[in-house]
Design a binder for this molecule. Structure first.
Ligand SMILES: C[S@@+](CC[C@H](N)C(=O)[O-])C[C@H]1O[C@@H](n2cnc3c(N)ncnc32)[C@H](O)[C@@H]1O
Length: 256
């Protein structure tokens, strides 16, 4: 049931991407999404700020990768609804030649994405599922925007906790990436103190058709395999890392 592909538009059923949109202060959400989001906020009052910190982290990492690190291609899986400072915009601000492919398994997210990106060069939006890594990799390469022989930034931001056991899929993607590529992950953390709250989050998201799996920081680090972890303090203040580790953790790894 985790990460289940939604069958299409249904305003009366809460939806993963629209709950997140509401948390971020967006307008692409309905009563059912707002009600679910308010329940999440009751269990985790830090979530509203947490999603903003998640976006800040993502923005800072993309700016660094497109700038200093010289990465020119971005593959964002579980991209979500368009918001402010989308990945391609941040990447373009650092490198106007940067190319971005967005992937999401929610058809409604893809419709919104395509509408926003209609006249934007070097950006594509694909409907696809992280649980089929070879298929989505091939589709991304097919757009002509991702060169498999060149380092890529693979963004798995706030998506892996919706999947039961995505370690093999992430390992397959790591294998396909060229040396010098970067993997960026943010993920819901698990702590003993918040077990009951996580149970409540799981109940809320069951209404969207998705599961929720929180993981310890060590378990999240396993997604990086033998990639070299960069210092997270470059992208987010150590104070914010400490404050939000009860909710989530993020990292950036480089393929050597
Ligand atoms: C919470 S949003 C994160 C959006 C964005 N990455 C961010 O962090 O700002 C999670 C997104 O992952 C998508 N998603 C969930 N399971 C997926 C899967 N198996 N394959 C592709 N996308 C998935 C959802 O549709 C949703 O848009």
């Amino acid at each position: 049931m985790n990460g289940r592909k939604s069958s299409g538009f249904d305003a009366s059923t809460p939806n993963v991407a629209r709950i997140y949109d509401y948390m971020l202060g967006g307008k692409d959400n309905f009563a059912a999404d707002r009600e679910a989001a308010e329940r999440v906020l009751q269990a985790f009052p830090e979530s509203r700020q947490g999603v903003r910190v998640n976006r800040q982290f993502l923005g800072n990492v993309v700016r660094h990768l497109a700038g200093e690190a010289g990465i020119r291609q971005f593959l964002d899986i579980g991209a979500g609804l368009p918001t402010q400072d989308n990945v391609h915009q941040v990447a373009h601000s650092a490198d106007p030649e940067a190319r971005t492919v967005y992937i999401d398994n929610d058809p409604v997210v893809c419709v919104h994405g395509r509408a926003l990106l209609a006249k934007t060069p070097a950006v594509a939006m694909i409907e696809g599922d992280l649980r089929r890594p070879e298929e989505i990799w091939a589709a991304a390469v097919d757009t002509g925007l991702i060169d498999p022989g060149e380092p890529v930034a693979l963004l798995l931001v706030a998506i892996l906790h919706f999947l039961d056991d995505p370690y093999a899929e992430v390992a397959k993607l790591r294998e396909l990436m060229a040396p010098g590529s970067h993997l960026v992950i943010t993920h819901l953390t698990s702590t003993k103190a918040r077990d009951t709250d996580i149970d409540e989050i799981r109940r809320i998201y069951a209404g969207t058709g998705s599961g929720v799996v929180s993981r310890s920081i060590d378990e999240i680090k396993e997604f990086f395999g033998d990639f070299e972890l960069l210092d997270g303090g470059r992208f987010i203040s150590p104070l914010a890392i400490k404050r939000f580790e009860v909710l989530g953790w993020g990292g950036v790894g480089r393929k050597v």
